[in-house]
Ligand binder design. Structure first.
Ligand code: ADP
Length: 592
């Protein structure tokens, strides 16, 4: 992204705070004039003192002169302190407000994005987080640079230059001459560093993502005692990163050295030139001081220019990534159709689906889900069962073919409304960091306590909750796997959707928990359209319709009895499941 494009984007965010910008700028302009006072006063003082000394005019007049200039200098400093305070405070306020807006808007934005955005390897959580964090901090810094720092710096330098030219054209020319050299070196420096900075961004993203991965995989790492391996992986990233960092610093120091030298070279020329004019009588001695101070007013901002240059370059790099997120064309397609009521009939018509990473998961899938029936999706792992649920929930859209709900294409539906009418129970349901009550309330925020209790009772978890020391206010994350699942089911009872998808709801639970949860599952299934993915025979047998998938294709569809009699794919899967239970032994045991 170019500087101008970036500037245009930023204007949008700064507009709401235009008065803040105007106030800050006004203060800084006043500040720029005040910055020249020292030079003027010192020139006057030196000249006056020289005159007094030459005329041997005692202390009396000297003291009144010193008192006057002390008063001027101190009052100037007082005004300056007040202005600096106002300027810094308003500048910071602008930065903080804009940073808040950026942070809020990026969150609002990514919440509207479709699932494929999150499942892209480019957008792993750690990478996204780093990109957002660095993007926000460098962009807000840039806003401060553009709107608060650059103008005052230049006005300061311009006024100083004006005074210098007024005093003597040659001295003015020397000062002006330094500016393009500084600009040239700064841009050279920035260009040389660009590649390093870009690499740095990549390193930061990878490192942060690595740490998040590491924390979430800690159990596996420890159980396989792979601490050394993980540490090595991290060390490699760190090593590359520090190498890159060092090179960046080395280059920066080199360039900074050159710039300091040029600046001092300018100072020397100005001293020599002014001294020449003093000696040939065109200038007073006070002019030496005057010009050195003014030159400092010209070179100080230009020295700052390099910092701004760096920060602008950082911002260009990080903002690219940030605006890639902000402006990603990933918003979920939003239909407008809102039916009066849901019947609950799904039709899949010749659906193909390919994930963003090019894995083709479904091939020409057609199936019918009748309203108020329980439907089981059966198939080996990787057959495409969860993918179907992802499509039915509109998390992804079919690459080809259509999915209809009550005769209308899912694309046409208002997504918000649709999801409000669908309940999803996963293998591991997300339990938020909060109380059990808050977790159940996620199903319907404005539900009363009685309704929460009612939902918990239906999910067969109420008795266990009230046995906890803090009851419904206990932390939900400390519940067991089976209890968490039932809290998730209670959440669904509150939501009370007419359509329910269950994706291996008992797969991660032990037999006792599965047995306990069966009751809550049975009660939530009543009177709704249910699609269940399960490896549990009892749950499959309960289904009125079974759809068998193999490598992304529907190979059979019918009732349990019909499919079993077919003696084909379902027959094989069912027998395998039954054998894995060691039914003969179980039957023997139960007979004894
Ligand atoms: P099942 O639920 O039957 O076990 P899935 O629907 O999860 O199968 O997966 C079907 C295929 O799609 C598999 O090959 C799987 O690797 C792939 N797949 C699943 N989810 C994703 C994803 N988010 N991104 C890319 N490929 C995926």
């Amino acid at each position: 992204m170019g500087l101008i494009a970036l500037f245009k984007k930023l204007i949008r965010y700064v507009k709401p705070y235009k008065y803040l910008v105007i106030a800050t700028l006004t203060l800084t302009f006043i500040g720029s004039f005040l910055a020249q006072v020292n030079a003027l006063v010192l020139r006057y003082t030196v000249d006056e003192l020289t005159l007094l000394a030459e005329n041997n005019n005692g202390f009396k007049e000297g003291i009144s002169l010193l008192l006057t200039i002390s008063a001027i200098l101190l009052s100037k400093e007082l005004i300056n302190a007040a202005i600096q305070y106002g300027q810094k405070y308003y500048g910071e306020k602008l930065k903080i407000y804009i940073s808040r807006d950026f942070a809020q808007q990026v969150v609002d934005k990514i919440l509207t994005y479709r699932m494929s955005f999150y499942s892209s390897p480019e957008n792993e959580s750690g990478k996204l987080q780093t990109r957002i964090d660095l993007g926000i901090s460098s962009l807000t810094q840039l806003v401060k640079n553009f709107f608060i720092d650059i103008l005052p710096l230049f006005s300061n330098a311009l006024i100083a230059l004006f005074l210098m030219f007024q005093a003597n054209v040659y001295i003015g020319l020397v000062s002006v001459g330094v500016i393009p050299i500084f600009f040239y070196i700064s841009s050279l420096q920035a260009n040389k560093l660009k590649g390093f900075r870009r690499k740095m961004r990549g390193f930061r993203e990878t490192r942060n993502n690595g740490i998040i991965d590491l924390i979430s995989s800690i159990t596996v790492i420890k159980s396989f005692t792979r601490e050394d391996l993980e540490s090595k992986k991290h060390e490699d990233i760190q090593f590359d990163m520090t190498e890159n960092q060092l090179k960046t610093r080395r280059l920066s120091f080199l360039f900074n050295g050159v710039k300091v030298f040029i600046e001092q070279f300018g100072v020397v020329i100005i001293i020599v030139l002014t001294s020449y004019f003093v000696l040939n009588g065109t200038m007073s001695i006070g002019a030496i001081m005057f010009h050195i101070l003014l030159f400092n007013n010209v070179s100080a901002p230009i020295r700052e220019l390099h910092r701004i240059y760096d920060e602008v370059n950082d911002a260009l790099i990080y903002s690219e990534a940030f605006f890639d997120i902000m402006d990603a064309n990933e918003t979920e397609t939003e239909g407008s159709y809102i039916p009066e009521k849901v019947v609950g009939k799904f039709e899949l018509k010749n659906v193909d689906f390919t994930y963003p990473n090019d894995t083709k998961a479904l091939f020409d899938v057609s199936a019918l889900i009748k309203p108020n029936t329980i439907n089981a999706l059966v198939g080996l792992s990787g057959a495409g069962k969860s993918t179907i649920i992802n499509l039915l929930d509109k998390f992804f859209e079919p690459s080809a073919g259509n999915i209809l709900l009550d005769g209308v294409d899912l694309k046409e539906y208002n997504t918000h409304w649709l999801r409000n009418h669908i309940g999803l129970v996963l293998q591991k349901n997300h339990i938020f960091n909060g109380s059990i009550k808050e977790n159940i309330l996620y199903g319907q925020e404005d539900a009363t306590h009685e309704e929460v209790v009612e939902a918990a009772k239906k999910a067969h978890i109420h008795d266990q909750i009230i046995d906890l020391p803090k009851g419904y206010d206990s932390k939900a994350t400390m519940l067991s796997g089976g209890q968490k699942q039932r809290v998730a089911i209670a959440r669904l009872f509150l939501k009370n959707p007419p359509i329910i998808f269950l994706d291996e709801p008992t797969a991660s639970l032990d037999a006792i928990a599965t047995e306990q949860i069966k009751k809550s599952l049975d009660s939530i299934k009543k009177g709704r359209t249910v699609i269940i993915i399960s490896h549990s025979i009892s749950q499959i047998i309960d289904a009125e319709n079974v759809i068998v998938l193999e490598k992304g294709k529907v190979v059979e569809e019918g009732t349990h009895e019909e499919l079993y009699d077919n003696g084909s794919a379902y027959y094989n899967i069912f027998n395998a499941m039954a054998n894995s239970l060691n039914l003969d032994k179980i039957a023997d045991t139960l007979h004894e």
